[in-house]
Ligand binder design. Structure first.
Ligand SMILES: [Zn+2]
Length: 386
């Protein structure tokens, strides 16, 4: 379908001579890559060799991150140059597509297919992954799974797996947050909802136990974010700050999921998808600002839903930030940011200073500042939740 699109676009835009060259290029492309090019996103394949190495990138010299055995199901999301992209342990992963065989049990009508693997199991790759009534984040959440939980796989639709719960009923789980496994352990059905810490209101008030927080370090990989003084890159500051926030939130008992933990590129949609895939209590995106006028400085917090809980959380975090850091208060704002607007969870975005301002730039790189921010976010969450 991609190929048809390219052909049409090129045909409209170019003259006949160029068209013929493009056409030849496409034919050459088809000739070389056709077997790899017709996989639809979410197609199920079986491993057709006794052992198949899983790698971090589509190259034979890339890092090995796992191994699959014969007959295991692999959901392929895209293919390029002989490599098939899937997810393994919650991360993008690649296998050599020549070792994949079409899943014969998959019916052939239009991607709406549910195949029935006979004895496949999946292991959940993160804590608090939502179990839903259908294959998509628009379906109702009926429970959540913990890291290492295994479930029998009974079908796949798009990038969602249908699994069997402990009571024999079925639920759907995001395939990219699971890995194939041969080991079947006892299945825990669901995780209790925030009630596990019931011993004493005093400790409950002081901690974030039972809360799932998704931390989103803005930008990353090919997207450096804002560029500032002294070669500062927003993507580096967001990551080091997010790591500090994670440590503090975890020490307060929260379960923290990071949208990225290294210098990697993630689309905005993927960040929201991660948030929507968990039983997320709050999504917090971390950013630093830039402005042509170098005197502009300070800290602000942003929300999207008007007048709702998001605004209250934004206010709570902004107030705590002002208590912890020595920076000008730029207030809270309703802002049309993609990661806020499309997020179905409680979501805020903090702008933690201007990397284009001399004072802010000096401040925000320090461990002290990042620790203060982490404590402030923890305080803001505690105030909001309690
Ligand atoms: Zn940013």
């Amino acid at each position: 379908m991609k190929i048809e699109f390219i052909l049409t676009k090129e045909a409209i835009m170019t003259n006949a001579k160029r068209f013929s060259m493009v056409g030849f290029g496409i034919l050459l492309f088809l000739f070389i890559f056709l077997p790899a090019a017709n996989a639809q996103s979410g197609d199920a394949y079986k491993v057709g060799t006794s052992s198949l190495v899983v790698r971090s990138a589509p190259a034979s010299n890339s890092e090995i991150i796992g191994q699959l055995s014969q007959g295991q199901t692999v959901i392929v999301f895209k293919e390029q140059h002989g490599w098939a992209m899937t997810y393994y342990a919650g991360k993008e992963a690649w296998v050599a597509s020549q070792f994949l065989v079409a899943d014969s049990q998959q019916s052939t009508d239009s991607g709406e297919t549910v195949h029935k693997p006979s004895n496949d199991y999946i292991a959940v790759a993160a804590d608090g992954v939502n179990l839903r009534t259908g294959p998509g984040t628009n379906h109702q959440v009926i429970g959540s799974a913990l890291h290492g939980d295994t479930y029998k796989l009974t079908g796949t639709k798009g990038d969602w797996h249908r699994i069997v719960l402990g009571d024999g009923t079925t639920a759907w789980i995001a395939a990219w947050l699971t890995s194939p496994t041969n080991v079947h352990q006892t299945t825990r059905q669901t995780k209790a909802t925030n009630t596990s810490q019931s011993n004493g209101t005093q400790t409950k008030r002081a901690s974030l136990a039972g809360y799932n927080i998704v931390l989103d370090a803005g930008h990353g990989g090919k997207d450096p974010g804002a560029l500032g003084l002294d070669g500062l890159r927003e993507k580096d500051l967001t990551l080091s700050t997010a790591n500090r926030v994670r440590d503090v939130l975890q020490s307060e008992g929260a379960t923290v999921v990071a949208t990225r933990s290294g210098d990697e590129f993630l689309s905005l949609d993927k960040r929201v998808q991660i948030s929507n895939s968990y039983k997320t209590d709050a999504f917090i995106s971390l950013h630093f600002n830039a402005y042509p006028t170098m005197t502009v400085r300070g800290v602000s917090t942003h929300y999207y839903s008007n007048g709702g809980n998001d605004m209250a959380l934004a206010q709570s975090i902004q107030t705590a930030l002002m208590q912890h850091v020595n920076m000008p208060n730029r207030g809270i704002h309703q802002s049309d940011y993609h990661v806020l607007r499309t997020n179905s969870d409680l979501a805020v975005l903090v702008e933690l200073g201007f990397i284009t301002n001399q004072y802010d730039a000096g401040n925000i790189q320090t461990n002290q500042y990042q620790t203060d921010v982490a404590n402030a976010i923890a305080d803001g969450l505690k105030t909001y939740f309690n």
